[in-house]
Ligand binder design. Structure first.
Ligand code: GLU
Length: 363
C-alpha cells in the first residue's frame, strides 16, 4: 500500500513551541514499522515555522504577520528536515525533501512533475518528507497547517490511506475543551455540513489547522477514493493500527466509490473561487441531473470579478452553492450574456459559460 502520514505543528512541538525530538522519533519508528510490512510511506510534515523561531530569538512569541512567518519558515525548513534525515537514518531509511505549493496542483505540468518525482522517490526506497513551500506560498499557514496539501498529495501518489495525526483521539462529538463528555466518532460515511458544524473551531496557538481543516482534508481524500484516518499522534502504534484498519484507533472517513479525476479534484478543492454565478431553476436541474454545461440562458446573476479560466461557484436562486467550475469567460462577458438564447450570441466564440468537463457538482 501507499500511505501518506500527515503530522501538524501542535503534535511536533513541546510546551515552549519548539520541535520535540521524541515526537519525530516516534513518527519515524512507525514509518520504519510500515516499511517493514512492505508499505510505501510519504510523510507530510509541518514544523518549519516552529523550527525557525528559536534561532531567530522568537521562541516565546510566534509572529503573526505573513512575511515574517514565511521568512521564519525559510530558517526552519532545513533544520526540520535535518532532524527527519538523522532519525530516519537510524532506521536505515533515506529522507528526501519535497516542497509543494497549492499552485503545483493546479498547473498540469507542475502536477505531473510532482507526481513523477514522488513516484520515483518511492521507487528508490526514499521516504519523501513533504511540506508546503511556505517561503513562497502561505496558503497552509493561513488555511490549515498542511491538512489540504496532505490530502492532495494522497491523491497525487495514488495512496490507499491518509493518516492525519493530531492532538485529539480523532473527530469528537463536541469540542473537548468545552465539553468533557465528548466522545470519539469512529466512522464517518460522508463529511456533510452538520458534521463540519460539530467539528467547528480553529486550531491551537501553535498549530493552525483545527478539526475543520482536517475534515476538509478527509473530504478531499474521500473524493479521491482514499481512506482517511484522523487519530492521535501520541497513541502507541497509531499509524500501523490506522493502516491495518484496527477499531478505535481514530476516526475513519470512508472513501467514496468513485474517484474524482485529478482535474475535477483540483477544481473542487485546490483552486480558490473568484466569484459566483447564480443560475435559474432549469439550469440548476440540468447541471445537477443531466451533467450538462452551463449556457448563458440559465444565468441570472454574476457576483465578483473573474477572468476566463478562473474558478467560480455556481449557486441556485436561493444563494445555495451547489457546484464549482472554471468559467470559460470573464465576469463582464457572463454578465453581458446572462439570460440570452444561443441564437442571440456571436457565432465565432464558444457559448458555454462553464463547460461540463470543468464543472463539479458538490454533494
Ligand atoms: N507549513 C507550515 C510549517 O511547516 C505550516 C504550519 C504552521 O502554520 O505552523 O511550519
Amino acid at each position: 500500500m501507499i500511505v501518506v502520514v500527515k503530522i501538524g505543528t501542535s503534535s511536533l512541538t513541546d510546551e515552549h513551541g519548539e520541535i520535540a525530538l521524541h515526537a519525530i522519533e516516534k513518527l519515524c519508528s512507525e514509518v520504519a514499522a510500515l516499511r517493514g510490512l512492505g508499505h510505501r510511506v510519504v510523510v507530510v510534515t509541518s514544523g518549519a515555522i516552529a523550527a525557525g523561531l528559536p534561532p531567530l530569538g522568537l521562541a516565546g512569541a510566534r509572529p503573526t504577520d505573513m512575511p515574517t512567518l514565511q521568512a521564519v519558515s525559510a530558517v526552519g525548513q532545513g533544520r526540520l528536515v535535518r532532524v527527519y534525515d538523522d532519525v530516519l537514518a537510524r532506521h536505515n531509511l533515506v529522507a528526501g525533501q519535497v516542497l509543494l505549493a497549492p499552485l503545483d496542483f493546479v498547473h498540469r505540468s507542475q502536477y505531473l512533475h510532482a507526481r513523477q518525482t514522488l513516484t520515483r522517490l518511492l521507487d528508490l526506497g526514499v521516504v519523501p518528507i513533504v511540506n508546503e513551500n511556505d517561503a513562497i506560498a502561505d496558503d497552509e499557514i493561513r488555511f490549515g497547517d498542511n491538512d489540504r496539501i496532505a490530502a492532495l498529495v494522497a491523491h497525487l501518489v495514488g495512496a490507499q490511506v491518509l493518516v492525519i495525526l493530531t492532538d485529539t483521539p480523532g473527530v469528537l462529538t463536541a469540542d473537548p475543551r468545552l465539553h468533557a463528555d465528548a466522545t470519539l466518532i469512529e466512522e464517518i460515511i460522508e463529511v456533510d455540513h452538520e458534521l463540519e458544524a460539530v467539528a467547528g473551531g480553529a486550531g491551537t496557538a501553535r498549530g493552525s489547522g483545527g478539526m475543520a481543516s482536517k475534515l476538509a482534508a478527509a473530504k478531499i481524500a474521500a473524493w479521491s477514493g482514499v481512506r482517511a484516518v484522523i487519530a492521535a499522534a501520541d497513541r502507541p502504534g497509531v499509524v500501523v493500527g490506522a493502516v491495518a484498519g484496527d477499531a478505535g484507533v481514530g476516526t475513519v472517513v470512508r472513501p467514496r466509490d468513485r474517484r474524482l479525476p485529478a482535474r475535477k479534484l483540483w477544481i473542487a478543492f485546490a483552486v480558490g473561487s473568484s466569484g459566483t454565478i447564480v443560475v435559474d431553476d432549469g439550469a440548476y436541474r440540468a447541471l445537477t441531473g443531466r451533467n450538462t454545461s452551463l449556457l448563458p440562458a440559465g444565468v441570472v446573476d454574476v457576483q465578483g470579478d473573474f477572468d476566463a479560466e478562473d474558478a467560480v461557484e455556481l449557486a441556485d436562486t436561493y444563494g445555495r452553492v451547489f457546484a464549482k467550475g472554471l468559467s470559460s469567460h470573464t465576469a463582464a462577458r457572463v454578465k453581458e450574456w446572462a439570460g440570452r438564447r444561443t441564437t442571440d450570441l456571436p457565432v465565432d466564440v464558444p457559448h458555454e459559460i462553464v463547460h461540463r468537463d470543468n464543472l463539479v457538482v458538490l454533494p
